[in-house]
Design a protein around this ligand. Sequence first.
Ligand SMILES: *[C@@H]1O[C@H](CO)[C@@H](O)[C@H](O)[C@H]1NC(C)=O
Ligand SMILES: *[C@@H]1O[C@H](CO)[C@@H](O)[C@H](O)[C@H]1NC(C)=O
Ligand SMILES: *[C@@H]1O[C@H](CO)[C@@H](O)[C@H](O)[C@H]1NC(C)=O
Length: 309
Amino acid sequence: MQRQRSIYIMEKALLLYIFLFYWHFLNALFTVEAPQTLYTVEHGNNVTMECTFPVNGKLKFRDLSVSWEKKDELKKQVYVLLKGEEDFQSQHSDFRGRIKLLKENLNLGQSLLQITDVKLRDAGFYRCLIGYGGADYKTINLKVKAPYRTITQRVVSIGDNKWKLTCQSEGYPQAEVIWQNSEYEDLTDKANTSYKTGSDQLYRVTSTLTIKSRTDEIFYCIFWNKELQENTSAILRIEDSSDSVLWTESRRFVGAILIVTALFGSVLLFMLYIKKGIKFFYFSVSSLLRSICSVNSSSQRWNEIIKVF
Ligand SMILES: *[C@@H]1O[C@H](CO)[C@@H](O)[C@H](O)[C@H]1NC(C)=O
Ligand SMILES: *[C@@H]1O[C@H](CO)[C@@H](O)[C@H](O)[C@H]1NC(C)=O
Ligand SMILES: *[C@@H]1O[C@H](CO)[C@@H](O)[C@H](O)[C@H]1NC(C)=O
């Protein structure tokens, strides 16, 4: 029993000794870690990328340097904190106004870089460097996607039971547009798809299918984003009114104006009639009274009342 106990104590002492011996050595082996090395974010959203570093006890801000840079053909400075002081002078214009380092997290040994309103051109590799006693860095990959979320569509009759169906959407990367009828038969080879790049590298994809069809038929256009393995689709209906939609709406508008005018007019007329009617009524009554009573004073008063109207 006694022997076992003393061995136990000896083991503990040995562990403590080893720990103390390597303490300085461990401290010198300063390592930065990246808990997540790939971030995928949607265009327009925010992203916060993280690196961690060892902090023993209270953080000495004055000894800390933090830097984030983007590895493009030319290195772009994203964020710099040098010996506790932020430096925005060297920040690349691509990132101006969209970068924030969450400083309260530095105490916990976290270098959190927030990019707001993420652009497609933000995609790429980022390096987070930290100097705090020792120095180290890790590399993080940022992927930016832009799904083809909303599809605008148009159905136009071009006569002879022929229709022009158009679907349009914006996204990234380039999507294929697949056309199908209600039986899910592929009609893509009858369609014409064009790609335009706008601001911020987004693709504006417009696809037009020209087809002979009876009314009450439906068609599908599918935006297939191969790289993201995402499909977005719209349903297009061939309807009798497809090409007279504008006409019905404008007619309805004219109708509304007519109704309002008529209402307003009749109210005016009504008021006029009431006024005239009351005038006429008093006039008749006063004439009657005059003829019956032939009292001058009262006729005077009636005349006054009539004047009021
Ligand atoms: C991104 O962050 C900014 C500032 O913190 C905030 O105003 C905005 O609502 C955020 N946007 C999204 C999409 O979360
Ligand atoms: C597609 O559009 C181009 C240019 O507008 C045109 O020359 C071509 O004939 C069209 N193809 C089809 C299948 O409609
Ligand atoms: C998207 O649609 C295309 C065509 O219908 C199909 O081949 C593909 O497997 C679909 N992909 C996904 C992820 O649904």
